[in-house]
Each structure stands twice: as C-alpha cells, then as structure tokens.
Design a binder for this molecule. Structure first.
Ligand code: GDP
Ligand code: MN
Length: 390
C-alpha cells in the first residue's frame, strides 16, 4: 500500500527526521490560508498523488504570494496529474503547502527490500532530484548501495560510511548518520517495502531536510499497523484492482485484452508467459486462491469482466486444494447471472477434473475447453484475434 507524501513526512517526522513545515489543503482557499498559518514569503504547492515525477508534470510549484498559491492550487484541484510513472494520470483531491526550502544540495536516499540479498538495502547518491533509474543509467558509480544486516540493524558506523560516501561535510556527518538510522527504524518498525527521500536536501545553513518522501507498506503486514491502514486513499488506486480487493480477491491490472482467472500466483505467471508466447497480451490476472467456492468463482468472474478491455476470458485451474467441480459450477452460475458476451476458454486439471469437465459439457454453454496450458493460451489468443475487428 502506498501513502501520500505528506503522510510519509508525518511518519518520518515522528522518527525524528527533519521535514519542512506544511499544511494540507482540500481547496484553493484553504491552500492560500496555509500561507498565513505558515508565515514566510515563499511556499511550495505540491499535488498529493501516488506517483513520483510530479515536479516535471507541473504538480510541484514554488510560489511567492498567497494569491499565487491559490491560483496554482486552483489549477491542480480536480485534474488528473499525468506523470511518467502514472501515464493514466492520478486525480488531485489534496494539495500540500509547505514553506519553501533553501536548497544548497540535493541528495538521494532510499531504503528498499532487496530480493537478491533478502535484506534491507540502503541506496544513496550525491545527485538527488532526478529519478534513481535515470541516475543509475547515467552514472552507475554514483549510486551507493549498502546492505543492512537484520540482526544488528543499521549501525552508526555503516550510517557514517554512507554519509562520507555522499561527500558530506564533517559537520553534517553525525546529522546524516542519525537521519539514516531513523529512516531505517521507520522502515523496519512499520513493515515498509520502500522509503524514498528524493531530494534529501542540504540547506544553505547546512541542515539536512527531507523535501520529498515516498513510502510503501507490505499489505500482508498491515494488520499489525492499523494507523498505517487508515492512510489508504482509494482515489489513487486502479479502479479494477480496488473492485477486486474489496471482495478479497488478488487482482493485477495489465494492458492487454485477455482476462485471466487463475489459481495461484505461480500458475498465473506461467499463464502470462504462455499467452505472450502465443502472441497475446493479458488484460489482468485474478488469483482465486485455494478452496474457491462457486460463489467466489462468480465474484472473480465479475471482477475480470469489469475490465472493459477484456475481449476473451481464460480460466486456468490446477486444482489441488481447489475442486474442479466447484470451479465448473461457479462458471455455469456466472453464465446464468451475468450477461457473458465474450468467448470463455476453460482449462481444468487436478482434483475432480472429470466431474468438472462433465458439468461444463452438460451445461450446453458455448465454453471453449482445453486440455493443457499451451492449448488454453492458444485458444484464448485465437479467440481474442477473432474478436478484434480487423
Ligand atoms: P517529485 O517530482 O514528485 O519527485 O516531487 P518533489 O517533491 O521531489 O519535487 C520536485 C522538485 O521540486 C525537487 O527535486 C526540487 O528540485 C523542487 N522543489 C521541491 N520543493 C522545493 C522547495 O521547497 N524549494 C525549492 N527551491 N525547490 C523545491
Ligand atoms: Mn521527488
């Protein structure tokens, strides 16, 4: 789960990381009022959307008067901010108004879960501001990587080493090391999967300040952090994924036209590969999980068809804990309750497969059946091609 910048900053501030003073606004009037509250003579208006790259998309603007803050906010509210990371755009319902920072240097700091080492990895660079992918490509040696041993945590020695590698001045080393350790504590305590401070700013006075902040959290650990769960902003989520997650279904939205209902993430991955190999593109995949009842299959059916780009539906079930007869019953029930206008390809294997196939056969429904994964993918791609007007 992702949170907004201002929420991430509130969290970091609780862990002792300096952030600029700011206030949230839901209207242009409230935004300009924030200037009076904050004082000073320069402010930054920042669109709160779950995406980076807001600056270059026009979502971050430095303003010199409360009038200007009002007008910038007015221009942002109700629009969709299209960024490099969110080509479909994300709706702007909140803006954050901050006192402008006096930026002398921009650094990059991130903590991520590194799958290769299976540990938390600190990534830092003395060239902040731009995106890390861009940085890694332009100058890979400028990216500092430091793996944290979970048993000891981020030691002050290791934190200082990172600070030195960033070329910070002697007076800033202790401050930076403490900040890195605080960031690590926040990451670990809250089961984060990503924490990015870009830019981490060195001000004219030589102080370190987190001018931007991004955090993502492990969905499977949210039960331990009700205060984080409350930060969820549904307006920022893919509506297709939201519909499915509201019904307890694991769903991933993609860009193609073949909708997929599969049991198990591993089989889903294999199915995506087979569809691609057959020359098709998946529109989504929905994992119905183990022990799927006919009701659950029906819900999953609705979630997949909810995506208007879907031209064919592929159901691929390898039943271990699941039962093919239940899945088949769910499919038949779905045809009874939903107006299914697209071709449906079904491949069943495993527990009660013969019974499952019999149910489908005797239903008299126009279901395309396949005996293995390759055949199922091929049938789906063929049907998708036929469905696309040439
Ligand atoms: P992002 O584009 O979504 O990553 O948003 P950021 O919060 O990182 O802002 C983008 C850029 O705007 C930063 O890299 C800074 O260069 C600039 N910026 C943000 N806040 C301030 C500020 O307080 N003062 C100044 N001068 N520039 C800022
Ligand atoms: Mn940024």
């Amino acid at each position: 789960m992702d949170v907004h910048e201002y929420q991430a900053k509130e969290i970091l501030a609780r862990y002792g990381i300096p952030v600029p003073r700011g206030g949230l606004a839901y209207s242009p009037e409230q935004a300009s009022y924030r200037c009076t509250e904050l004082g000073g003579d320069a402010w930054v208006v920042k669109a709160q959307v779950h995406s980076g790259g807001r600056g270059e998309a026009g979502g971050v603007k430095v303003c010199r008067s409360d009038r200007e803050v009002h007008d910038v906010a007015n221009g942002l509210f109700g629009t969709r901010l299209v960024t490099r990371q969110a080509p479909g755009g994300k709706p702007v319902y909140r803006v954050y108004v901050e006192e402008a920072s006096d930026i002398a240097r921009e650094l990059y700091l991130a903590l991520v879960l590194d799958r290769a080492s299976e540990k938390i990895l600190v990534v830092a660079s003395s060239e902040g501001g731009m995106e890390i992918e861009e940085l890694a490509e332009r100058d890979p040696d400028a990216v500092i990587r430091s793996v944290v041993e979970p048993a000891v945590g981020l030691t002050s020695f290791q934190a200082r080493e990172i600070a030195f590698a960033l070329g910070l001045e002697a007076g800033q080393i202790a401050q930076a090391a403490k900040l890195f350790q605080s960031a690590y504590r926040a990451f670990r305590d809250l089961d984060a999967t990503m924490l990015e401070i870009n830019p981490l700013v060195v001000t004219g006075e030589g102080e370190l300040v987190a001018v931007d902040a991004k955090m993502s959290f492990d969905d499977n650990a949210l039960f331990r952090h009700p205060e984080i769960t409350e930060l969820r902003d549904r307006s920022q989520e893919d509506p297709r994924e939201r519909h499915a997650s509201d019904r307890g279904l694991a769903y991933v939205g993609l860009d193609g036209d073949i909708g997929c209902m599969i049991n198990g993430a591993g089989l889903a991955m294999a199915t995506m590969d087979m569809i691609k190999l057959a020359g098709g593109e998946p529109a989504n995949f929905l994992d119905i999980g183990g022990g799927a009842s006919p009701e659950r299959v029906l819900k999953a059916f609705r979630a997949v068809l909810n995506d208007k780009a879907v031209r064919v539906m592929l159901i691929n079930i390898f039943a271990g804990i699941n039962r093919c007869d239940w899945v088949a019953e769910g499919v038949v029930a779905a045809f009874g309750q939903i107006d299914v206008t697209i071709p449906v390809v079904v491949r069943l294997a495993g527990t009660n497969v013969e019974e499952g196939k019999r149910i489908l056969r005797e239903s008299g429904l126009p279901i395309i059946t396949a005996d293995n994964l390759a055949e199922a993918a091929q049938e789906a791609v063929t049907a998708a091609r036929a469905a696309v007007p040439a």
